[in-house]
Design a protein. Structure first.
Length: 313
């Protein structure tokens, strides 16, 4: 059985995949063009690089493993309608992304934004920091990432509220959970709003001008989900007008973020270049997940992290 790795992968990792079974032929393709050339006999694709052309060039393809948690790039109409199974890396990046959320929160709470600007100018600019104890973190999307962020926020004595599609499932360390239709409630209550929900047709531009207007003028927006969750022009306007206090942004509508974006120059914004999930441990987790899923696939067992392609997660 042929497994195609559609991105560059170290030889040691390729050997680790081959060790799952003697029946495997494992090849990597470092460009999309190379992947298209090697796709014909592939039954499994571990997808870094991806396009609609790739699965169409693989008539034997049965299963695609995404190396990320977000899968919107796969969900074209024809691929959704196909019988090909899609699995993702949900949960793999929960710990580093949750830590990234709290780094954004602490950055603004302790006024490090002001401190960094003053340091660059060799200026002693004393400003009173805030405390997180008793402040409210609102988490939009209480999946693995949201749950890990809630656990860390409770350790800092924060109040945690959240929304999720099925609120009856609860939220572990969350004080109150409501359905997604209660987003306005969360926005009005939270001092920090963390977007952790997948990007789907229902959540695209979930946060626009009306939603930003419902936030406290002292509140901060944190986006570690997908750039498409936020109307970027509306966010820029809210930040420029100080309708909200600031934003911590790891993801953007266009990546890399264009140099001409006004977000770069706003003093109340902290930008990281889609690095929230970065960690040397993340690689080990995704390799372990793919290895286990490959074993299950060969044994005819149920795969982990199967995506409902019609729902988008």
């Amino acid at each position: 059985m042929k497994v195609l790795i559609s991105h560059d992968m170290a030889e040691a990792d390729l050997e680790r995949i081959r060790s799952v079974s003697d029946s495997l032929v494992v090849e990597k393709a470092t460009t999309l063009e190379e992947a298209l050339e090697r796709a014909a006999e592939a039954e499994v694709v571990y997808a870094g690089r991806w396009s609609d052309e790739l699965w169409r060039a693989a008539p034997n393809l049965k299963w695609v493993q995404s190396w990320g948690a977000g899968v919107e790039r796969f969900l074209t109409r024809d691929f959704v309608a196909s019988p090909i199974v899609l699995t993702n890396a949900a949960g793999i990046y929960a710990i580093p992304i949750a830590e990234h959320i709290m780094a954004f929160v602490l950055h603004f709470s302790r006024r490090f934004d002001r401190a960094l600007r003053a340091q660059r100018e060799a200026r002693w600019d004393w400003v009173e920091p805030d405390e997180l104890a008793g402040r409210t973190l609102g988490i939009v999307g209480l999946g693995g990432i949201g749950a890990e962020a809630a656990r860390r926020a409770k350790a800092l004595d924060m109040r945690v509220i959240g929304t999720r599609r099925r609120p009856e499932l609860g939220g572990g360390y969350v004080d109150e959970v409501r359905g997604h239709e209660q987003l306005d409630w969360l926005l009005a209550e939270a001092d920090y709003v963390a977007l952790c929900t997948p990007l789907t047709p229902q959540t695209r531009r979930l946060i626009g001008a009306p939603q930003l207007a419902r936030m406290k003028p002292t509140a901060y927006l944190i986006n570690v989900g997908r750039g498409g969750l936020v109307d970027e022009a509306a966010l820029v306007a809210a930040l420029q007008e100080r309708a909200i206090a600031g934003a911590g942004l790891d993801v953007f509508e266009q990546e890399p973020l264009p140099p001409e974006s006004p977000l770069w120059g706003l003093p109340n914004v902290l930008i990281t270049p889609h690095t929230a999930g970065g960690s040397p441990r993340s690689h080990e987790r995704i390799m372990a997940l793919f290895g286990e899923n490959l074993r299950r696939f060969l044994a005819g067992e149920e795969l982990l992290n199967v995506v409902d392609k019609r729902e988008g997660y």
